[in-house]
Design a protein around this ligand. Structure first.
Ligand code: TXA
Ligand code: MG
Length: 339
């Protein structure tokens, strides 16, 4: 199949909405990452998402809406906590998991009794949802296991020839996927950290637990609360290794291991002292910049033929928690503590 590249203009939106209504797949910009959208109420269309991405069938999808009231058709009930979160964080990079309504196909929820709902803030995502007149199921528009796409070019690289179209909305602002919180447990629990921080969620809801899988590999035999957490994720082809140490220790270690194919994912300014090719992904203190740059950097290492990437990783708090959560998975939980 030939994948159509659509501009975010009247013609592009009209064509994308037409494809979605006909049961096709469209790469859609959002403020987090690009999504691969299909009609959430059409099981046949949703099945095509899993095929295009090579996504395991037991990993459920997020349903995207463009006004709060749409949620009432998609979930069993809307508890006060959901209304509070929506008031503060929607539209935006936060997804809520709630008991699902009967209209949600099992393909979307992957057989779970719940459904994940998000109201994105990106104007192009909102317009596409409105023009199609549909709730849109959309996982990140990458091949399963690869870093999530933050540009239309990333989507075409992974899924060109496998999907009907991609709508080009430029590069994504946040750069990592939305924060996922389940309200189906008491207290609510953070399943995936993102641009809305755990600290922000707690400021609205009080107690919010953090799922073990946010920071740690899943223990054998334990069922994942969020199935996406159990798969190896975000991996470039290179072996990513996180180095935990100060500026001097990091630079010394990387330079001592310089060799063809060895590269560095470092903080701004480190590159001046490094003897290997490096990508700076933000300053030590700017975790939002790191979130914005992370996936593009991981993809660039592939293009540059990296075999080993020595990465610096922020502390797991604020938006840094989201960066840490993605990077530790890209590294297969491999961390070297320097001293
Ligand atoms: O920012 C985002 O969330 C992007 C954009 C496109 O909206 N979407 C995205 O979707 O990242 P995806 O499919 O790549 O990640 C969805 C995550 C997965 O870890 C999945 O297991 C979890 O949300 N999830 C979805 N439905 C769930 C449910 N009912 N219960 C628990 N976890 C769920
Ligand atoms: Mg994904």
């Amino acid at each position: 199949m030939q994948t159509e590249s659509l501009q975010a203009d009247d013609k592009g939106f009209a064509r994308a909405a037409e494809i979605l209504r006909a049961g096709g797949l469209v790469g859609m910009p959002t403020e987090t990452v690009y999504g691969l959208a299909a009609n959430a109420l059409d099981s046949t269309a949703v099945t095509k998402i899993f095929a295009a991405k090579g996504r395991p069938a037991d990993n459920p999808l997020i349903v995207h809406i463009a006004k709060f009231e749409q949620i009432y058709d998609l979930v069993k009930e809307v508890p006060p906590a959901a209304k509070k979160l929506a008031e503060v964080f929607w539209p935006g990079p936060m997804t809520m998991v709630l008991p699902k309504a009967d209209c949600i196909p099992d393909t979307v929820s992957a057989g779970m009794p719940t459904v994940a709902i998000r109201f994105p803030s990106h104007p192009a995502a909102q317009r596409l949802i409105r023009e199609s007149g549909l709730p849109l199921a959309a996982p990140s528009a990458n091949t399963s296991g690869r870093p999530s796409p933050t540009t239309a070019q990333h989507v075409l690289h992974d899924l060109g020839g496998k999907i009907d179209a991609v709508l080009d909305g430029g590069s994504c602002g946040v750069g990592v996927e939305s924060t996922v919180i389940t309200l189906a447990t008491n207290p609510p629990r953070l399943l995936r950290p993102g641009g809305i921080t755990l600290e922000q969620l707690r400021s609205v809801l009080g107690t919010v637990d953090m799922d073990d899988a946010v920071l740690h590999p899943l223990k054998p035999g334990v069922r994942a609360a969020s199935p996406g957490m159990k798969y190896k994720h975000y991996s470039p082809k290179a072996d990513v290794i996180i180095l935990d140490g100060n500026d001097e220790q990091y630079i010394r270690y990387v330079n001592a291991h310089a060799a063809p194919g060895v590269m560095a994912l470092c903080y701004d300014g480190d590159d001046a002292s490094l003897k290997v090719p490096a990508i700076c992904y933000g300053s030590r203190t700017n975790d939002s910049a790191k979130a914005h740059e992370l996936f593009d950097a991981l993809r660039s290492f592939d293009e540059r033929g990296a075999t080993t990437v020595y990465a610096r990783c922020p502390a797991p708090k604020g938006v840094g928690l989201a960066v840490y959560n993605r990077l530790i998975r890209a590294a297969g939980f491999e961390v070297i503590h320097l001293d």
